[in-house]
Ligand binder design. Structure first.
Ligand code: AMP
Length: 187
């Protein structure tokens, strides 16, 4: 199963994606994790990405599309993957579709996790205190939420148009949200 996790930063995609991966026996791949590792390792990709990430902007499609192709072509993604943090633009969504189409498969479901903006800001500030991510500063948090609205939220309509969007309320306990996700998946 190819599942896209959609939602603003702080919606709980990472947490819920990891739990769902365990329940469904799928791998979860997060481009944010891969990019952070590339920055840590000082690879050419990391060097290109760092400035964008620190300021809360998206890494440009030209840079990320190669990474997405690599992720989808990896052996562990052969039978499905939970996509966390990608696609993030319509161009990326089209690239994912094209890649999977070439293998006679496609995105099965896009799962949108909805959380009100003030709750997102509260969560992201809390995470900044705990994890100290370089893009959890107040300015970067504001930028990331704005970028989500402008560049990623259109994917909700994109997947709705394909008839494969399911939306779940992302406010509640981890267990409550996990149960809503299972319901949306028909499990
Ligand atoms: P995340 O951990 O998903 O919140 O991603 C952290 C940062 O990595 C984002 O703010 C972007 O700068 C960058 N990033 C992660 N995934 C993507 C993507 N698919 N396209 C562009 N930038 C990305």
């Amino acid at each position: 199963m190819y599942l896209v996790l959609l939602g603003p930063p702080g919606a709980g995609k990472g947490t819920q994606g990891a739990l769902l991966a365990k329940r469904a026996g799928l791998v979860k791949i997060a481009t944010g994790d891969l990019l952070r590792a590339a920055v840590r390792d000082g690879t050419p990709l990391g060097q290109q990405a760092k400035g964008y990430m620190d300021s809360g902007q998206l890494v440009p499609d030209e840079v990320v599309l190669g990474l997405i192709d690599e992720v989808l072509a990896a052996p562990e993604a052969r039978h499905g993957v939970i996509m966390d943090g990608f696609p993030r633009t319509v161009a990326q969504a089209e690239a994912v579709d094209q890649h999977l189409d070439e293998r006679q498969c496609g995105v099965d479901l896009a799962l949108g996790i909805t959380v009100p903006r003030d709750e997102l800001i509260r969560r992201l500030r809390g995470r900044a205190d705990q994890e100290g991510r370089s893009d959890d500063t107040p300015e970067a948090i504001r930028a990331r939420l704005g970028v989500y609205e402008e560049e990623t939220a259109p994917l909700i309509a994109y997947y709705k148009g394909k008839g494969i969007l399911a939306e779940v309320d992302g406010v509640g306990t981890v267990e409550e949200i996990a149960a809503r996700i299972d319901e949306a998946l028909g499990q």
